[in-house]
Design a protein around this ligand. Sequence first.
Ligand SMILES: [Zn+2]
Length: 320
Amino acid sequence: MSDSDYGLPASPSPTPRDAAAPVNASDADIILRSVDAVDFRAHKLLLSMASPFFQNLFTLPQPPTSSPHASPNELKDGISVVCLSEDEHAVDMMLRYCYPRTVCPAEPTLDTTEDVKLTLVLISKYQLAGVQGIVVQRLKAGPTLPQVLSIFLKAWLLDLRDVVPIAARHTLRADVDTSEDYEELNQVPCIVLVKLANFRKACADAASARPWTDDTTQRLSFPVADFSASCSANNNYRYSLCPAIDQYLKDAFIELKLLPSGWNLVFQNQIVTAVEKVSRSCKACHANDRISPAVIKMSRFLYEEVESRISKIEMEKSFF
Ligand SMILES: [Zn+2]
């Protein structure tokens, strides 16, 4: 019920204010107004080039700029106003995707789950097909995002087929908790969650499968000598590893069975923790500061191998 239903005067609409730079052009030929009343002075040509949504919108008849009957919501300073349903942050983000980097140097950083999901919504609504690649790159190479499941589900619901498989791979880095209250969970069919679980299981099996076990170390392409020759605790360095590195591998495989992600192995905090944990396993290497460089090298090796194995696991084609 609105104020006027109670006989009270309706709340006045906030007076629109202009957005800050960079999308506040003096030669603008369109104003995009956010739902929280911020005006972005933009260029139709650039918007049309970036977004079929705007291309279609601008082919519709526009009010004549000199019309004395135009309401303030339609014209401002003689420029047509388009009212959008997104807030200032969302419109700013959308414009940063539409405008060339020479005009908007700062691309959205996508360092929160909310901004990644907002970007997915913008891609879908404004048909920003090229932006899928930005999200894919972020999920591949950026730090692990919280609530990874909700990103995957959002991409699936919006049918963003470039993002879905990468978002599924991003879920391998963290526990997936289906008891969390994601709005997306209520919108996807159960079969999607079953297929994601199957994919994660297949990746875990591949990442932790033979020939990783200790007795086959000699058959691996591990540069074994790099991890044993300098270790005085090791008498048989041709085929054996320094006990600390051996322990590191055993620990890593327990982790890989749970979270089959190479990313986690090379994450800085993870390496520091691993070095602290295995240092006690070889006093000689620990005393000579050899464990940290060896773990870094081995983690890199494992990362390449695990990512290669996981990249061969395809999501089911019937997924979509
Ligand atoms: Zn050693």
